[in-house]
Design a protein around this ligand. Structure first.
Ligand code: DHB
Ligand code: MG
Length: 221
């Protein structure tokens, strides 16, 4: 068995034995696939981790930058008790499908998806002094990752968890010859994290159904 197939099968095994995603999560993936959304949602084990983190800090306000079909948002909501999720999504189609998925799962009242460029929405929220978020997921286009992180910091309080997807990018983050917009965007965030003193942070590498990648967990000091 090649490694990739093995990672996928092990993930399936872990999901069956331990993660046990609810039916509405599988439904959400099925609908997203049927509607032709790219299959770039987080893996179930990662989603479950977010759910556990959210529950551990008793989060009541979560922010998601990049909603896609609502899969990661549903994991976040599943961890919150009476919590609210604000989702930023620039594609109208993605937002529509996500909204349908949230409603089907019973979270229609708990989610507010703002359809707009994320940076615009983030700047607006900062200007309006909205209440800080307890948990923030950054999982959108990679080029502005540093800008998303900076805005996320402004919308945080001490103790906020900032979770950032795709921080390993198939290992390309240490490939100096890969100057694609995506890779350069992720690397700019690393260069900033090197000198960022307002958070404690780690990055975990992952393998599984989405290949080789990783995620950051940052805690605002
Ligand atoms: C891509 C984006 C993601 O957020 C992800 O988790 C995987 C891939 C992409 O743009 O290719
Ligand atoms: Mg991602």
């Amino acid at each position: 068995m090649n490694n990739e197939k093995k990672w996928e099968n092990v993930e399936e095994f872990i999901n069956k034995k331990v993660v046990k995603p609810s039916l509405f999560l599988s439904d959400t993936l099925e609908v997203s696939q049927r509607e032709g959304l790219p299959s770039i949602n987080v893996q179930a084990p990662e989603g479950k981790l977010m759910s556990i983190l959210v529950r551990s800090i008793n989060a009541k306000r979560a922010l998601e930058i990049g909603v896609l079909g609502g899969y990661s948002g549903l994991w976040i909501l599943s961890g919150m008790k009476n919590g609210k999720l604000v989702g930023l999504e620039k594609s109208e189609k993605h937002a529509r499908i996500a909204n349908e998925n949230f409603i089907r799962a019973g979270y229609g009242e708990d989610v507010n998806i703002i359809v707009c460029e994320a940076l615009t929405s983030l700047n607006n929220m900062i200007k309006e002094h909205v209440q800080a978020f307890d948990f923030i997921l950054i999982d959108a286009d990679k080029k502005p990752y540093l800008h998303y992180f900076e805005r996320a910091m402004e919308l945080s309080h001490p103790g906020t968890i900032i979770y950032i997807d795709n921080m390993v990018w198939n290992g390309e983050i240490i490939n100096s010859e890969n100057e694609s917009d995506d890779n350069a965007g992720i690397k700019r965030l690393y260069d900033h994290l090197e000198i960022e003193e307002r958070v404690e942070a780690t990055i975990i590498q992952t393998v599984g159904s989405k290949g080789y990648d990783g995620f950051a967990v940052l805690r605002v000091l």
